[in-house]
Design a protein around this ligand. Sequence first.
Ligand code: SF4
Length: 297
Amino acid sequence: MHYQPVVYRPPFEANSLLLQVTRGCSHNSCRFCTMYRDVDFAAEDISQIAGDIAEARAALPYVRRVFLENGDAFCLPGEDLEKIASMINEAFPEVQVISMYASIRNIADKTDEELRRLHDLKVGDLNIGVESGSDEALQFLNKGYDSGEALRQLLRLKSAGISYGLNVIFGCLGHGRSAELAKDTAELINKTNPFLIFTGTIHADPGCELYEDMTAGRFEECTVGEYLDEEIEFLENLDSPGTFYFGLHPANVIPVQGMLPEDQERILGELKAGKSQKSLAELNAHPVRGSEGAIYR
Ligand code: SF4
């Protein structure tokens, strides 16, 4: 198989066949992201992809899921994605889902008919870093869309039958601005009802604008207490039946997970209990960083 040196996948795709169809990320300028900063974006050659599919088929007797690499593989033109999905379906008739990272911008450049055809070719469970429902936060993070556009495009995906999970980031505007974000983000989730929400707190590694903001003192991260308050308020405003709440990112203050709404009260209880057990000094401190690439299991 053919992989660039840096390959990411969501934790839920641990057992999927990873098939590289692009290198890097077509946007590559979110304020907090260093994932593909050193990689020039490119689409893989179709013959390369066909060769990788043949190699995987020869090695793997059963492939249930395929995850298309890299940062926003859904940016490929609809026609190209249809070609790749058709090749996958032909080689692996047993495949159930072809998933990938996608952005709101990637949905906008596809027609409704293209989205429906991709759904028919088993494209689904897209992982979308929507991050926030606050326009100010989305602009600060340089996501390239506002919450109205996110809502429009996610509803188009839903109409086409393409399932998706949404990533949410707490603390997008930093210290003192946390409380106002929770309701906006919950409202976006409630209107779009993803099958999964993957939550995390904002963090930055060297090499991105947010890291420069932090080291220059222009951005102060939220405290442990602020992150917990935002997550609690977010959950208290969530009304998204059938959504799995995945809060196991190591950037989170307290790991929680469960199905909404049946586990919602339990998750809230765990967050509130965890908060009450912390001292004032712990609540006023910033989270310890360093293992953001890992996932609690
Ligand atoms: S967060 Fe996603 S869309 Fe933004 S630069 Fe990173 S990989 Fe690209």
